[in-house]
Structures are given as C-alpha cells and as structure tokens.
Design a protein around this ligand. Structure first.
Ligand code: 6PG
Length: 467
C-alpha cells in the first residue's frame, strides 16, 4: 500500500472531518485514535477516499511518507503531553507534529521549546470553524517558524476556507503565536456572542418581539454591514422547533452558558499584559453569572425587576439595537486586536494583524463583513495600536455611540443586564477621555502609601505629606 502524506491523531468529529477534507483535496491520509469505534467511523465515512487507519502510533508513523506530517486533534491539556510522550520517540529529524487543538499558549511554548533541539518540528495551530469548518474549510492559525509552516503549507492552503483574498491560513508568527491568536479569536467570539445575547434580551423583553420577529430581525441585519457568521446562525436558531414540545427549541434551552476556558484565558492574559479588554471580560463573567441559575432564581424573588414596560416602536428599538451591535462588534475586535498586538511585542511573535484579519474573513466563527474595513485600516497603518484611532472608524463610532447609550438606558431602566454593552461604552468613553479622574487615585495612593505621583506641570515623580 502506498504511504499516506498526512497523519491525524484523534478521530473525534473535528479530526474525522479534517481527515475527510484533506482526502478530498487529493492527499492520502492515515488516521489513528485509541478508540476503535472512531477508527471504524472514519473508515465508513471515508469510503472511496484516500483514507486509511492505523491501529497504533507506530503503525501510523510507518504508514506515512517521510518527513512525517502529523496533526493532533485531541483535547487540550494533559492528553496532548501524553500523546507527544508516546509519539515523539517514534519520530525522526525533520518530521512535523501539529497540535490543532485549543491548547493554552504557554503549553505550546513549552512543547515548542522542548522539541526545538530535537530536529522535530512542533507547530501549535489554532483551527476555527467548528465541525462544518473542519469538513469544508476552516480558518487556520499556525505558529512556530516559517520553515515548519512551509513544509505543510500546500496541504493547509488546499484545505482552508477560501475568500476573495485567498486561503484562510497564513504563517502567524513565532513560537506559540498561532495558539495565542486562536485564543484571542475566541475572546472576541465570547464578546460578540454576549453582545448578541444582550440584544436578544432587550428586543424580547423591552421590545416584545416574538421569536418570528427576532428571526426576521437578525436575518435582516445579516444582509447589512453587520453580516457575520454569528448573526447568521443566531437567525437560524429561531427557526428550530423542539421535537419534544410545541415550542421553539431556543425557549427550551436552559439559560446557563458554559465554557471550555479560552475566553477566560484571554482575560487572564490581558491582565498579565496590562491590556484593557472589558467587553471580553464582561462576556466571560456573564457566562459565570448565567451558570449560577439556582442563586439567580432565589435572588429574583428578593429583588423583583418590576413590570417591564414593553415599549412601542419595535422598529426604532431594533434600529437602536442594530447600531449598538455594530459599535459592539467594532470594539470587540478592537480590544482583541489590541491585545494581540501587545502580546506580539511582549512575546516576540511578530504577528501581522492585517494578515490575521485576512484569514479570519472565512472559515472561522468570528468571520464577518466588517473584517474588510478593519483590514483596510491596518493595511493603511500597520502599526495602528487601536482601531479607535483609525480615521476609517472615527465618523462611524461617533455616529453609533448614541445608540449604545439608548440601548443601555432602556435595558437598565427595565432592570435587564447589558454588561457587555456597558463595558464597551465605558471602554470607548474612557479611551476617548482627555481627562480621567485617575488623578484622584494617584493622590490617594500617595496619601496612604507614599506611592508618588506625576504632575501636569513638571516632569519627575513627587511625594507630598497630604495630612
Ligand atoms: C472555533 C471555536 C471553538 C470553541 C467553541 C467552544 O473557533 O471553532 O472557537 O474552538 O472551542 O466555540 O468554546 P466554548 O466552549 O469555550 O464556548
């Protein structure tokens, strides 16, 4: 039997779908999973395609052309280390191992550094797009080094989603840059999902929109400059009937949002790097709050929200929400990209933001029409540190701000939480404030701790006995 050009370890849905995608592009692939049921599933789904299975890691390595190119799609964390421990001794210099899971960037850094002198290439690669993306074309964010990327470039470019600007894969940058970028992608994903859910809450509870109206509203917005994958699937959610009751399924889903941790990692890393990303932080915290269902139910009895006045003028409210959402989208990307740029400097990733925006245009969960404008801004000004500074966005943000205040006002009066919108508005208002009340904090710090302060009329640091 001729050897395969690519190996896959981990044949869960993502792994199997990627194997089928690679095979569809003419590259023979060999898959391995400890679970024999998964092996059989791949064989069944891969009938007629250049797909084979191995029953051990050794057999997988034996079945591959040299240098071996192997991707791991196994759960992030200890399992990746366990697989690497077993796999690496079977490999030779020049072989390439790609971790395609959502690994924490510090783990990727450790694994990359650990293998650096062995001659075995280790590449941490973010893969976005869920099951469908894996099957039909994901967006991929490989880091490590250009040489390793070039070894697998043709396969990755073949299987990636395609847009008017080419395949949605590029060499992201040094070391763990790929996984860092995927983590930021997910932070933005959390933010946008939270913003959409807050708009849903307002339209439903303040505007009194029915599920049919919500479906139509989101679908209509998706035909405008807000066009995006997350909005598209949101509209579709409102079409799905529950097969156990007569209700729509969305109304039967418990309001506890879970998470695997990538959003939290984004917030943690931003704190480490002193980068403000309050919309993402709010999105993470709101998932935690939503998960405290029992406590919320108890508190709701103690603090009833009162009667919400359903306002008339659904159209005006919808328009407000749409504009506020556009503002929220822009500033979610803004905060994520700011973080990515700062991380790139701090960790020497050398990430090209315009390129990242190009490969996010297709395949990934946060793909949206807006990425074209964001990309233009970075192409014009590659060192742009924050989108709010870009001339491309000034009039747009100025024009949309009022709608965010209106949305927050209506929601807050009705007792509805809009944490992500409020965080976004405050982020923007703080960022555009020439003068913040932080002078008082400096005075307090110097008062109680002699931490010193700077003056507006002289350089240097000063200390005063305030009593
Ligand atoms: C993607 C997604 C994916 C992520 C899920 C679930 O880009 O395809 O980001 O990688 O794992 O969206 O994430 P949470 O369970 O943390 O919501």
């Amino acid at each position: 039997m001729s050897k395969a050009q690519f190996g896959m370890i981990g044949l869960g849905t993502m792994g199997r779908n990627l194997v089928l995608n690679i095979a569809d592009h003419g590259f023979p692939v060999c898959g391995y999973d400890r679970d024999t049921a998964q092996q059989q599933r791949l064989l069944a789904e891969g009938t007629g395609k250049p797909v084979s299975i191995a029953t051990s890691l050794q057999e997988l390595v034996n079945n591959l052309e040299k240098p071996a190119k192997i991707m791991l799609l196994v759960p992030a964390g200890k399992i990746v280390d366990a697989v690497l421990n077993d796999l690496v001794p079977l490999l030779q210099k020049g072989d390439i191992v790609i971790d395609g899971g959502n690994s924490h960037f510090t783990d990727t850094d450790r694994r990359y550094t650990g293998l650096q002198n062995s001659g075995i290439h280790f590449m941490g690669m973010g893969v976005s797009g869920g099951e469908e993306g894996a099957r039909l074309g994901p967006s991929m964010m490989p880091g490590s080094n250009l040489q390793s990327f070039n070894e697998v470039r043709n396969i990755l470019e073949s299987i990636a989603a395609k847009t008017d600007e080419g395949p949605c894969v590029t060499f992201i940058g040094n070391g763990a840059a790929g996984h860092y970028t995927k983590m930021v992608h997910n932070g933005i994903e959390y933010a946008i999902m939270q913003l959409i859910s807050e708009v849903y809450g307002v339209l439903k509870n303040v505007g009194g929109l029915t599920n049919d109206e919500l479906q139509k509203t989101f679908a209509d917005w998706n035909k405008t400059g807000l066009q995006s994958f997350l909005l598209e699937i949101t509209a579709d959610v409102f079409l799905k009937k529950d097969d156990r009751t007569n209700n729509l399924l969305v109304d039967m889903v418990l309001d506890k949002a879970m998470q695997k941790g990538t959003g939290m990692w984004t917030s943690q890393s931003a704190m480490d790097l002193n980068v403000p990303i309050p919309t993402i932080d709010a999105a993470v915290s709101m998932r935690y709050l939503s998960a405290r269902k029992e406590e919320r139910v108890a508190a709701a009895k103690k603090y009833p929200a009162g009667n919400i006045n359903i306002i008339t003028g659904k159209e005006a409210l919808s328009n407000t929400c749409k504009n506020a959402l556009e503002f929220g989208y822009i500033l979610s990307y803004t905060q994520g990209l700011d973080l990515l740029q700062e991380a790139s400097k701090a960790y020497n990733y050398n990430v090209n933001i315009a390129e990242v925006l190009r490969i996010w245009k297709g395949g990934c969960i946060i793909r949206s029409a807006m990425l074209n404008d964001l990309r233009k801004a970075y192409l014009q000004e590659p060192t742009l540190n924050n989108i709010i500074q870009s001339s491309f966005f000034v009039s747009r943000l100025n024009g949309l701000r009022k709608d965010v205040t209106d949305l927050c006002g209506s929601a807050m009066l009705a007792g509805l939480p809009v944490a992500a919108f409020a965080a976004t508005l405050n982020y923007f208002d703080a960022y555009r404030s020439e003068q913040l009340p932080a002078n008082l904090i400096q005075a307090q710090r110097d008062f109680f701790g002699a931490h010193t302060y700077e003056r507006i009329d002289a350089t240097g640091s000063f200390h005063t006995d305030w009593k």
